[in-house]
Design a protein around this ligand. Sequence first.
Ligand code: 5GP
Length: 119
Amino acid sequence: MSYDTENIFAKILRGEIPCNKHDECEYTLAFHDIAPQAQTHILVIPKGHYVDMADFSQNASAEEQSAFIAAIGRAARLAGLEDGGYRIIANSGENAHQEVPHLHMHILGGEPIGPLRAR
Ligand code: 5GP
C-alpha cells in the first residue's frame, strides 16, 4: 500500500490539526488518543511516512527504528505507567482493523487492561 499523505496522523505531523502532545524527538511524536480506550491511551508514531509495521521494519533506517522503540518506552515511563504495567499494540493491516494508515503504537495503561483478546 502506498502512503496517503492526507491521513489524519500526517495532518497532525504537519500541524494542520491539533493533538494533545505527550512527547517528541527528532524521529517520533507521542500524543493522547482522541477516543481513549483506557485511563491512559497514548499513540506513538514515527515522523517518517510509513504505512504499517511491515513498511517500517523493511524501509525505515536503523536510527528511525531504534528511536521508535526508545520513544515507546519513554512515553510509557513519562506517563507513569511502569509500576502498574501497560500494553502496547500496533494494529497492522486489514485483519487487525488498522484505521489510520500511518504506523502507530497504542500504549494502554493506568488501569487493568484485561485479556489480550475478547472472545
Ligand atoms: P487504529 O485502529 O488505526 O489502530 O487506531 C487509530 C487510533 O487513532 C484510534 O484509537 C483513534 O481513536 C485514534 N484517532 C483517530 N483520529 C484521531 C485524531 O484526530 N487525533 C487523535 N489524537 N487520535 C485519533
